[in-house]
Design a binder for this molecule. Sequence first.
Ligand SMILES: Cc1cc2nc3c(=O)[nH]c(=O)nc-3n(C[C@H](O)[C@H](O)[C@H](O)COP(=O)(O)OP(=O)(O)OC[C@H]3O[C@@H](n4cnc5c(N)ncnc54)[C@H](O)[C@@H]3O)c2cc1C
Length: 446
Amino acid sequence: MTPRVAASQSRGIVVVGAGLVGPVAAMYLARRHGPVTVLEQRPDPRGTSTRADRSLTVILSARGWRVMEDLGLAERVRGLCLPLKGRMGHLPDGSTDFTPYSRDGSPIWAVERRRLQHLLLDAAAATPGVELRFGQRVHAIDLDGPRVTVGDDSGTHRLSCTRLLGCDGARSAVRAAMVRRGARERVGTLELAYQEINLPLPGCDPEIMHYWPAGDALFGAFPMLSADLFAGSVFLRREGPAPSFAAASSPEDRARQFHDLFPQLTAHITDLRDQLAVKPVSTVSLVRCDTWVHGERAALLGDACHAMAPFMGQGMNCGFEDARTLVRLLDETGDWGAALARYQDVRRADGDSIADISHEHYRTMSRLPGQSETELESAVIRRLQDLFPGRFVPLYERCAFSEQSYASAWADEQALRRVAHALTRSHGTAVRDLTDDQLRRHRLLV
Ligand SMILES: Cc1cc2nc3c(=O)[nH]c(=O)nc-3n(C[C@H](O)[C@H](O)[C@H](O)COP(=O)(O)OP(=O)(O)OC[C@H]3O[C@@H](n4cnc5c(N)ncnc54)[C@H](O)[C@@H]3O)c2cc1C
């Protein structure tokens, strides 16, 4: 017998997912566009902690701060953050390589994901018009209604709404509904997985992100506000021969592999084997989708439409910017159909661009000196950025310290790379000998 499904009418917009982007979207929308109900499949995470997400650190940069300011949360969020001035590569020969995040010394900000999410949920719950409902799994969606079928402890019920926003992460049910209506998605898993390992790093500056490149692997560590520890993660290939997670399945094998890759670190981690035994190996989902909206009724935001590799620290920032852009377009057009169409046009190109940039950034960070075929071009690029600081802005700075659209930042970077390539092709290694003046007047640069 088919179970009876109760039906109800929501008061307005339904947001699926109360991760990081869902509460932000709800706060923006409730202020201008009426009541918002947020449906989250998991229990309320506030007041509980799980081992799995205890220490994951995320970076807030300019786009994220803009959103926190819009929502009046910047000061409270700042209280949870630590500033980071740059990243320090610790190379196998014992030398170090410091890269400031910005040329004027401005920091990016590290925050424990769990703390940030709790703050956002508290703020959303306190926003007039926002209702958070936990333990509500959306498992069927009618995009035209729009209408969702929700399962909870009491059974199954249907909820109609005026608009439906999918902030439900990489395995989005809202995106799945769009795919059933013809949207095309590309969903995958990053070839690297990661495992968190917390460690003390005596002598390491806590205002810097530290990383240890090992060619095929990378260890990265962020300072933590709540402990005298750094929150580290080892990134390794999921499959294939060593070094990989597949090649070392027992905690002992993993500890041995870790020691072979990062001998400088093992002395600091007295409980390495225990941590490797209990902490999960996490994979990273990758999502692209050619359709982000359904008419004037539904839209995707955040990882639901652009889950990406984490190495630029932009996934959440991009998701926050999605919400801000959508609301801005609604303000400008006063019309959901026009706003959603424009939202898809603008943000899909941005989402694809930052996903490409993020994937490439891992190669840059994990690479050892001498491994790059384009080292000469990279040196030329740095020189051009010094010589023309307004014209050639480092890509990281464009993404993390500006609100330039990701697509246009990526296009500017490609243009810079073409100039550097042309210079090295026409001068070879003698490009290093060109004087500043010769470069300034070079035909490729005027
Ligand atoms: C290792 C790592 C480091 C990262 N570092 C950074 C960083 O430094 N800076 C940065 O900007 N980004 C970073 N990111 C990316 C960032 O974590 C994500 O982009 C962000 O969490 C996406 O938020 P979201 O709300 O879109 O999705 P999620 O956080 O995945 O939330 C989706 C929510 O929807 C709920 N849900 C799913 N399906 C349903 C359903 N059917 N019904 C009801 N609820 C549902 C889920 O339970 C979940 O709570 C990192 C990611 C990783 C993996």
